[in-house]
Write a protein that binds this ligand. Sequence first.
Ligand code: NAI
Length: 336
Amino acid sequence: MPHYCTLIPGDGIGPEVAEATVRAVEATGVDIRWKRAELNEAIILESGKTLPQYLLDSLNETRVGLKGPVTTPVAGGFQSVNVALRKTLDLFANVRPVSTLPGIKTRFQDVKIDMVIFRENTEDLYSGLEHEIVKDVVTSLKVITRTASHRIAQYAFEYARRNGRKHVAAIHKANIMKLADGLFLRCCREVAQEFPDIQYKELIVDNASMQLVMRPETFDVLLLPNLYGDIVSDLAAGLVGGLGIVPGANMGETHAVFEAVHGSAPDIAGQGKANPTALMMSSVMLLIHIGEPDAARRLRHAIEAVYLDGTRLTADVGGSASTGEFTDAVLRQLRR
Ligand code: NAI
């Protein structure tokens, strides 16, 4: 039986890393049929719609997507497509495994980093509720609900138990946002009680950021509201070699969309410099999700072998290979 998957190349470096990833997934031999759905700044500006109907129709049919980044204008312009997609499909859990790749040279290469970030994906300051109440005075509403907080905590703890993880750290700023982050924490504590086999601790987000840099090896599962999850993900990516390598999944009850942590990287778009590892690793998560664990394992091992060899790495991780040359090396490993 073939698998059907919506492919959203996105813009910036999106099409480059998406093409590389499609090549890698197809080289595993899995029968996957891509339903291509274009989504980029130009289409959004032309249609006036953040999410075109064909994209939603495709995802409602396939229930699974592989997505490249999409550019969002800063300080104005249209609403983030990424936020809109997560909310519309209720992709409430953003799952981001951050671990050291074998052979990669980083400032932390002597330390074994292996953590999974669970970022609440539908609310918090990403509600987009902003008002200029009088000239030059703006409020931005931070929405935290019991439903969403409980749901992400439950998801993180269940994942931890299923995957033999030992600790969950809830990260917050409830010393200042006593009501909003206080509710988030209360939900995490309630869920933690249902999982006595998993150690639970709480860290204030500023301290957590310092601890992540000082002692990254002590983190296992991180559980965060939307904004802290967004920021801490990039920080964590920096510990293991940068945004070029960290994958992600947006998981809901009915749909799943796999995408890297990184954005559209306009500074290197169209130059063949983008590192496709992050989206390839996201496709490893996708393959597991669609019931192809063997292909997932082979693709992950092929990527790791290219890193161990070290001669075909892209510039962001200290090499000089192009996106295509790195991808060719992954394909060669897959054929072995
Ligand atoms: P970015 O993640 O696009 O880039 C940050 C830095 O990391 C840049 O120097 C870039 O060259 C580098 N980088 C990122 N991915 C890389 C890769 N695969 N290989 C090599 N280098 C890589 O973040 P930035 O510049 O803040 O955002 C650019 C645009 O992307 C914005 O419009 C933002 O809204 C959007 N964005 C979209 C996301 C999504 O679609 N899920 C997520 C994050 C940002």
